[in-house]
Design a protein around this ligand. Structure first.
Ligand code: X8Z
Ligand code: ZN
Length: 617
């Protein structure tokens, strides 16, 4: 995850996780003095921004450390502390955002103008400027996040956690079992619904005071283009890749039908969501064995989970291996404190937030990850993903505080995913000794199918989460309709249905981390486009002329230094310039996704010939 400016000052690093910090020391008397100290002149604006950056930096570190303590040890007291720290930070951020408006009509240097704008965009959930609002909002967000993190449910007579359920969901091929897991995990979230509705109301009040129509409009404003243009841009990208998703959906549906029969999965209409090997059906790679090309038996000649287990990897070795990829690009090794202070596995003796995240505690060198790493293919990917956040954070640490962030939030999510595209190639797995031989061209379709199950299947999920939230924030979806709207989005975008009717009190969105965690999600949709743009450009730079899915940039320091140059820019320039700096392209472009998967798309079309693809809804 990536941090938002003020708000998150903390930083949690990026995105994921945190509850959303905000900044600052509470300082009651500061506001009235601001106008006098910083007159509405160019010099006043410059001094105001410098002062804001200093205050925010201090608050950010304070909040990040409190958040870290809560996220790695959830108790009544750590929740109390985090809630208080977040409230202070939100108050500071809101105050600075409002004060920034005094310079709207003052002619200021471009970087000062950019920072003034960023001050207004820094919060994920702004509180209105009335006593008690920030505290109430902070209580709710800490409670929501902690409820998710500590959720457990009964399965076969045992109380299980999400970690356990994730592993079972990946491995189970028994539809009664996957249904029980799907429904069981969703029993943790009905209790969140009223809190969520109240949170939406408060944050919308705060967003309106900052001049936005609602909180969703504020989120869409962070992309160096008009918010409506950004929404239209996500539609355009989705339309570019949708035919491909429909081909994959059609093929997978047919294979599930062959495996489970008409009573479980008909060969028409939507797919049953619990059959896809993932609690939210967001990545489907875990059911590769079920959908492997007919005639190839288990298809792809290796299973990464098996290779890691056979080579006796443990969690720390997975992280060390991830670090090794980055250092091979010429990027500095992680600081010693990373190893001393990170949470790499789930502690046995306390409640923690297991959803993976990367943190930047002091906005300088104190970077860490917080994971409950398991030795499997999913976490091999996640390790590279999280380290990408840390690498980005260190690359932009010399920027002024307000520019220490990703070019946009999709960039932050795309760094590690881009590296992961090389780090999952058979060539690389062979180089690091995990795979004995590099398979030939006969493995191309199996390999691409496996990748598509994760990367293409993700696209509609990456879009639908915030489509739901945008409607919630705008009021188009009222609290009574929260669950139905979520289910309707699953059908509309993903072509999926739950395994059975949902109970009247269901709040299924609350069972996905980023909803109670308040992490905007469109960033991951963007990252699933950007990582292919980065990969295509990097492979070209490396002189690679073969198929993109076989390209690995491992060990290429020239690519590494050009990538680092883009990362060093942080958020100092519009993201389009950062994109151009590395790829020579100046916009979002899904053609790189099409290029990467082209052979598979052709293959899927042949497999689907004569079928009635698609679904109603
Ligand atoms: O939340 C994450 C990362 C942390 S930023 C583990 N991801 C999304 C998710 O799990 O839903 C990475 C891919 C999508
Ligand atoms: Zn991330």
């Amino acid at each position: 995850m990536k941090r938002n400016l003020l708000a998150a000052v903390a930083a949690c690093a990026l995105s994921c996780g945190l509850a959303q910090p905000t900044l600052a020391q509470p300082t009651s008397a500061a506001a009235p003095q601001a106008a006098a100290a910083f007159p509405a002149t160019p010099q006043g604006a410059t001094a105001f921004v410098a002062d804001a950056e200093a205050r925010l930096a201090e608050m950010a570190e304070y909040v990040a450390r409190v958040q870290w303590v809560r996220a790695t040890n959830i108790t009544f007291d750590t929740m109390w502390l985090e809630s208080r720290a977040n409230a202070q930070a939100t108050e500071m951020s809101v105050q600075l955002a409002n004060e920034a408006a005094r310079f709207n009509d003052v002619q200021v240097p471009a970087d000062v103008r950019r920072k003034l704008n960023l001050l207004r965009l820094g919060l994920v959930l702004p509180a209105p400027n009335r006593p008690g609002a920030a505290a109430e909002l902070a209580d709710i967000t800490t409670r929501l996040d902690s409820t998710y993190a500590t959720g457990k449910f009964a399965f076969k007579g045992e109380q299980i956690t999400l970690d356990d359920a994730t592993i079972k969901m990946a491995a189970s091929r028994d539809p009664a079992e996957t249904k029980a897991l799907y429904e069981g995990w969703r029993t943790i979230s009905p209790v969140m619904r009223d809190d969520y509705a109240r949170m939406v109301a408060i944050a919308n009040e705060g967003s309106r005071e900052l001049g936005y129509a609602d909180t969703g409009a504020m989120w869409r404003a962070g992309y160096d283009m008009a918010p409506d243009a950004f929404a239209a841009e996500t539609d355009r990208l989705w339309n570019q890749v949708k035919p491909f998703y429909e081909n994959l959906h059609c093929y997978v549906r047919g294979r599930l039908n062959a495996r489970y029969g008409d009573a479980v999965q008909p060969d028409s209409g939507p797919i049953r969501a619990d059959l896809l090997g993932n609690m939210w059906s967001q990545q489907w790679g875990n059911i590769y064995d079920v959908v492997a090309p007919p005639g190839t038996a288990e298809g792809q000649g290796y299973d990464l989970t098996e290779l890691l287990t056979r080579a006796q990897y443990d969690a720390t070795r997975m992280v060390k291996t991830g670090e090794g990829f980055y250092t091979s690009l010429g990027i500095a090794p992680l600081p010693e404190t990373f190893w001393e202070r990170s949470q790499i596995t789930r502690p046995r003796d306390r409640e923690v937030v297991c959803h993976a995240s990367a943190w930047d505690l002091d906005n300088l060198e104190d970077v860490r990850i917080k994971m409950c790493t398991q030795v499997n293919a999913d976490d091999f990917y996640t390790v590279h993903h999280e380290l990408g956040h840390n690498v980005y954070q260190r690359a932009y640490k010399d920027q002024p505080f307000l520019f220490r962030n990703g070019a946009n939030d999709g960039f932050h999510e795309a760094i590690g995913d881009f590296v992961g595209l090389s780090a999952t190639t058979p060539t690389y797995l062979n180089q690091i000794g995990l795979l004995d031989t590099v398979p030939g061209a006969e493995e191309d379709i199996p390999f691409l199918l496996k990748m598509a199950l994760d990367k293409i299947a993700f696209l509609p999920f990456g879009l639908m989460v915030d489509r739901w939230r945008w409607d919630v924030f705008s009021g188009r979806t009222a609290p009574e309709g929260y669950n139905d709207a979520w289910t309707a989005n699953m059908l509309k975008y993903q072509g999926l249905v739950p395994p059975g009717p949902r109970p009247a009190d269901a709040f299924d969105p609350g069972a996905k981390y980023h909803i109670p965690g308040n992490t905007p999600y469109t960033r991951y949709f963007l990252a699933h486009i950007y990582q292919f743009q980065f990969h295509r450009a990097a492979c070209k730079m490396a002189g690679w002329t073969g198929p993109l899915h076989r390209c690995s940039i491992y060990g290429n320091t020239e690519v590494g230094s050009r990538f680092n140059a883009m990362m060093e820019m942080g958020q100092s320039r519009p993201w389009q310039e950062a994109m151009a700096a590395f790829t020579g392209e100046n916009g979002n472009d899904a053609s790189a996704v099409a290029d990467y998967f082209a052979p598979l798309n052709t293959w899927l079309e042949t497999q689907n010939r004569g079928k009635n693809c698609g679904w109603e809804g």
